[in-house]
Design a protein around this ligand. Structure first.
Ligand SMILES: Nc1ncnc2c1ncn2[C@@H]1O[C@H](COP(=O)(O)OP(=O)(O)OP(=O)(O)O)[C@@H](O)[C@H]1O
Length: 276
């Protein structure tokens, strides 16, 4: 039987997920300046400025094709930017990745479903930067992987082949990989897609705990109803940044209408037809 999702709790919340020692006070967790990305003739992002503070969860909202995944992929270095620059806790992306500071939970993973690796193996990949060239897991790595799996409610599936998980379980395994990494800045591209309501609530709880411990989160979602509780700030994207600031001020009917090309009537800050 799978244990209750989210039953694991960080025993002693601490600033353990905050910036590493030596990071100057006030350094943003993520700073994106003037970012522009093209795919041949398609302009996916144009002059995007964005900042996520330390200990802050920021929502990224936009219609299909508005550039959210492109933004994530560019920030983590999987997509080349035409213009602009990105820093993570004041470091270059390469350095932040080498230090394991930057975690990424992609919308679609590129793991081969037939590849004979277990769920635990995948989560242990989050520890590679600590293992050195041998990539041999030590007791601390195994412990971190097991803790992360418990945290997302997958402890009982640790030895299952990754290709045999359901879509929602796979999403949670990818989150566990980022948790095991101990990333201080976490990028999540639609992490709630495919999750049932219980799993979504538990994943939201894990993110809140991360932020409470000093971590920083940028999360894209189409679930506008969950944003005000999860993210103190939000960014509305449509190739460019249309609005950014406190979530309640960003998710106005007018802004949402601009971002989604809708008639503003019927929209509220909590989503279509919801209460304001
Ligand atoms: N590899 C690619 N080659 C060409 N165009 C691409 C590529 N990837 C994305 N695009 C285009 O870039 C734009 C932004 O796409 P992106 O995937 O970043 O949007 P998104 O906001 O993440 O969408 P969704 O909500 O559907 O996930 C779209 O017009 C898309 O068609």
């Amino acid at each position: 039987m799978t244990p209750a999702l989210g039953a694991w709790r960080r025993p002693d919340p601490s600033p353990a997920d905050g910036p590493p020692t030596g990071t100057p006070a006030g350094t943003p967790a993520l700073r994106v300046r003037g970012l522009g990305v093209r795919y041949r003739e398609v302009v996916a992002l144009e002059d995007v400025d964005l900042e996520v503070g330390v200990g802050e969860a920021c929502g990224l909202v936009g219609m299909n094709g508005s550039g959210k995944s492109t933004l994530f992929r560019t920030v983590v270095g999987l997509q080349r930017a035409g213009t602009g620059d990105v820093t993570v806790l004041g470091r270059s992306v390469d350095r932040a990745r080498a230090e394991g500071l930057l975690g990424y939970v992609p919308q679609q993973d590129d793991l081969d479903r037939d590849f004979p690796v277990t769920v635990r193996d995948v989560v242990l990949m989050g520890r590679y930067h600590r293992m050195g060239l041998t990539r041999r897991a030590r007791a601390a790595d195994e412990q971190a992987a097991d803790d992360a799996l418990a945290r997302v409610g997958l402890a009982d599936l640790a030895d299952r082949r990754i290709g045999r998980l359901s879509g929602g379980q796979r999403q949670r395994a990818l989150l566990a990989r980022a948790l095991a990494q101990d990333a201080r800045v976490l990028l999540l591209d639609e992490p709630f897609t495919g999750l049932d309501v219980t799993s979504q609530a538990a994943v939201e709880q894990v993110l809140r705990e991360l932020v409470a411990a000093g971590g920083s989160v940028l999360v894209s979602t189409h679930d506008l109803g969950s944003l005000p509780q999860l993210c103190s700030r939000s960014v509305l994207l449509h190739r460019r940044v249309l609005a950014a600031g406190p979530t309640a001020e960003v998710l106005t009917p007018e802004n949402l209408a601009r971002a989604f090309g809708l008639d503003a009537s019927g929209w509220t800050a909590t989503g279509p037809g919801g209460a304001a």
